[in-house]
Design a protein around this ligand. Structure first.
Ligand SMILES: [Zn+2]
Length: 755
């Protein structure tokens, strides 16, 4: 065993040298690998252990049960049989292998190592002599292929075949396996395949934009590992192929005709809005970030910056989820964020990948704000505490009956297309990679989790021990452990939520101001600080035992959405720290769908170590909230994230005869709409004086003045009045009256509207 380890080390060292010689550019900031992070926390450790002990073996079992692994054996001639399942099922096996590799790296398990070698043997057998790997075609032959796979290799790659998607996942898995074990048995298969792809595709060869992006990420990883620049060039080639096909009809409005479903509607550098299939899109943005980091391509960076602004400003759920549409698993239109969200778990995982890359490029913590929100509230709900049931879509509201989860009302043990379970199995063990990052002598702490992490700055080794009960408490202590004093710039993230900015856009905001500030102590002494790009910078010489303490105000906050999000306009959601909350019927037996929250409501946070694996729940006399990620663990019932706002307390005085005389002047429609949340059924007199009637000025409709000569003047006036009358109807109390000033000309129309 000892000799074996030496050989592995030697291989790693040799390859490391090659890498450094050939590859100069990469992300200026590098994540601190999970190998250097020992988690000592009570939150992620549990999840990672469950992933190792349950999810990974369970997913492999499922792959055996569903013929996913047998497909490799049949293709390799190891057993007789046929292909079963879907053409992209090979990718699930690769993803779970990637997760298994990370798991091995954290805790060596000879059985798992052996199991992987056995699988790799089967994959090698399934690979055709020239490197091609796509078990469905190898088993069934070209003639049995449908138009989804294509009657020949590659002919349907631009659309639905997933030939390049599958192997992209294989490259990622092979690199992970090589890094974990030092063995090249899997990497060799990946390289043999990549050589084939490189011989088929290129500027003077075949041209296709991959129908499901993923190979771009895989190729950049293969490049980093082997130092072979042709793989990087191929990744860039595939990205640059997009939006340039004579097989698309770019003038069409149909997403499958014009290519926008595949982000193949425009050259990537001209894309500025997130459209089409969400997972494809965000894998592509991640691939663009990788290629930009490795080549310095500023045009890619400009494009993904714009797309990021679009997503975070207009297409981003409060959960951190993305991809609103069941139709096509797509991004929706701007501000279209219904509670019956699609929000595929894979899209949330992709969103973490992408935002990590945006941070590594820029050093700006706004990307980590998005990453953290997505991690806790969009990725984590996808998997049960037990680690063997999964959400594919993730809704924000549930009536207890809707089979939103691919036909199921709860997390499911597996899916025909099981991309989400396999993606989770590789994502969870990689979580420690997101805690710290480093750029020369700058150490960034991005996520808070009790842990011991080793660093090296200018050949000097030291450790940072993080102590915290995050995400339940906001105190985070960092202890420096070093033999000799060490100089580094310690950059501590101040989360957006702690400074009253739930998201880095105007899509959501908090109603209540924080009552406490972020505080910092060095060796128990209060320390003044400034925050730049979301970080406190402490650039000094640190000695053994130095203690930095960050205190984040862990307060319950009320979130309101941008008024352009129609379905939830005027509603409120509850957060505490990085955790979004929801109400479930099991805790609120009278139901939660129509529950209203008073703007003055005060929640009492209570930590319960035995409840839902240990959570802080939020309670009032009439409502109990739990973290959204923990929902759907206790049977069927209603669930709600966005609540109606209850009328303010003035209504409470009314039955006793107290009179509240309030004059409200509402000359804009949004303000009037807002009144329906606070004064429904409570207004005694409404007086409407339509601007139309004043004679001296024309009225405004949809933000533009209606000219006297406008031939639609009359119908615009009707539409204008219709909206206001509907609001008036909701606002009027039972005895209430409405006065409308109007001339005889409109009287008949008005009567019709009022009726
Ligand atoms: Zn998925």
């Amino acid at each position: 065993m000892k000799n074996l380890i030496c050989i592995f080390l030697l291989i790693i060292l040799i390859s490391g040298c090659k890498q450094k010689e050939q590859q100069k550019n990469d992300y200026p900031i590098q994540p601190v690998s999970s190998q250097n992070v020992e988690l000592t926390d009570n939150f992620w450790s549990k999840r990672i252990t469950t992933n190792r002990d349950v999810t990974i073996p369970y997913c492999f079992e499922k792959c055996e049960e569903t013929h996913r692994i047998a497909n490799f054996e049949v293709a390799g001639g190891l057993v007789d049989g046929t292909f079963e399942g879907i053409r992209f099922n090979d990718s699930d096996v690769f993803k779970i292998m990637e997760g298994a590799a990370y798991s091995l790296q954290q805790k060596y398990d000879p059985k798992l190592d052996e199991y992987l070698d056995d699988l790799i043997f089967k994959i090698a057998a399934a690979q055709e002599n020239d490197g091609y790997l796509y078990t469905i075609r190898t088993i069934k032959g070209d003639s049995a292929m449908t138009e989804r796979e294509g009657k020949e290799r590659w002919v349907e790659e631009r659309n639905h075949s997933h030939e390049l998607y599958n192997v992209g996942h294989m490259y990622e898995a092979a690199v992970a396996h090589y890094n974990a074990t030092g063995k090249t048995n899997f990497l060799d298969i990946a390289i043999k395949n990549a050589e084939l792809i490189n011989s088929v595709y290129g500027p003077d060869k075949r041209h296709d934009a991959p129908g499901h992006q993923e190979i771009e990420i895989g190729l950049t990883k293969l490049y980093r590992t082997t130092g072979e620049k042709k793989y990087l060039d191929l990744a860039r080639f595939f990205l640059n192929e997009r939006g340039k096909s004579n097989k698309r009809n770019y003038a069409s409005t149909d997403q499958y005709e014009n290519g926008s479903y595949w982000q193949d509607h425009k050259p990537v550098i001209e894309q500025d809005e997130a459209v089409g299939h969400a997972v494809r899109a965000v894998y592509m943005y991640s691939g663009m970030a990788d290629v930009a980091a490795l080549t310095g391509n500023q045009e890619y960076i400009n494009a993904i910056n714009k797309i990021w602004e679009n997503v975070v400003g207009k297409k981003y759920y409060i959960t951190g989820g993305i991809g609103a549409m069941y139709e096509g698993e797509n991004f929706g239109e701007n501000y279209y964020l219904p509670n019956r969200a699609y929000n595929e778990t894979c899209a949330a995982i992709a969103n973490v990948f992408w935002n990590q890359r945006m941070f590594l490029m820029s050093g700006d913590s706004k990307y980590i704000d998005v990453l953290e929100r997505t991690l806790y509230n969009a990725v984590l709900p996808g998997i049960s505490f037990e680690g063997n049931t999964f959400f594919y879509p993730n809704v924000l509201e549930f009536d207890g009956k809707d089979p939103f989860n691919q036909g199921a009302t709860e997390r499911k043990p597996w899916f025909d297309c099981s991309c989400c379970p396999s993606n989770l199995s590789r994502f969870i063990p990689a979580v420690p990679n997101y805690i710290y990052a480093q750029k020369e002598n700058e150490i960034f702490v991005n996520l808070f989790a009790a842990s011991k992490t080793s660093f090296e700055v200018k050949k000097q080794k030291f450790r940072i021990e993080q102590e915290t009960k995050y995400p339940w408490e906001g105190n985070v202590k960092f202890k420096i452990v070093t033999e000799e004093p060490v100089k580094f710039n310690f950059k501590i993230r101040v989360p957006g939520w702690a400074v009253n900015k739930p998201v880095p856009s105007d899509l959501y905001s908090y109603i209540n101001e924080p009552s406490k500030d972020v505080r910092l102590f060095i060796n128990n002494q209060p320390e003044k600080f400034t925050v730049v790009n979301g970080y406190i910078s402490l650039n000094k010489s640190w000695k053994d035992g130095d203690l930095v303490e960050l205190v984040l105000p862990m307060e319950t906050k009320k979130v309101i959405p941008n008024e352009n999000i129609k379905e939830i306009a005027g509603k409120v959601a509850i957060e505490r720290g990085p955790i979004l909350y929801c109400a479930e019927q099991v805790d609120n037996p009278e139901g939660v769908l129509n529950k209203a929250i008073d703007s003055q409501i005060v929640f009492t946070p209570k930590y319960d170590s035995t409840f839902l694996q240990g959570v802080v729940k939020l309670e009032t006399d009439s409502l109990t909230l739990i973290p959204y990620y923990a929902w759907s663990h206790r049977g069927l019932g209603e669930m709600e994230v966005w609540f109606r706002k209850a009328p303010p307390s003035l209504s409470k005085g009314r039955p006793g005869g107290a009179v509240n005389h309030i004059l409200i002047e509402g000359d804009n429609l949004h303000a009037l709409t807002a009144l329906t949340f606070t004064h429904e059924g409570q207004i005694d007199v409404i007086y409407i004086d339509p601007p139309y009637n004043t004679g001296n000025k024309d009225f405004k409709y949809n933000d533009s003045f209606v000219d006297r000569e406008d031939s639609y003047r009359h119908s615009k006036w009707l539409s204008f009045m219709d909206k206001r009358l509907r609001i008036a109807k909701r606002l009027l109390s039972e005895k209430g009256v409405v006065f409308i000033s109007i001339d005889d000309y409109e009287q008949a129309t008005l009567k019709l509207l009022c009726d």
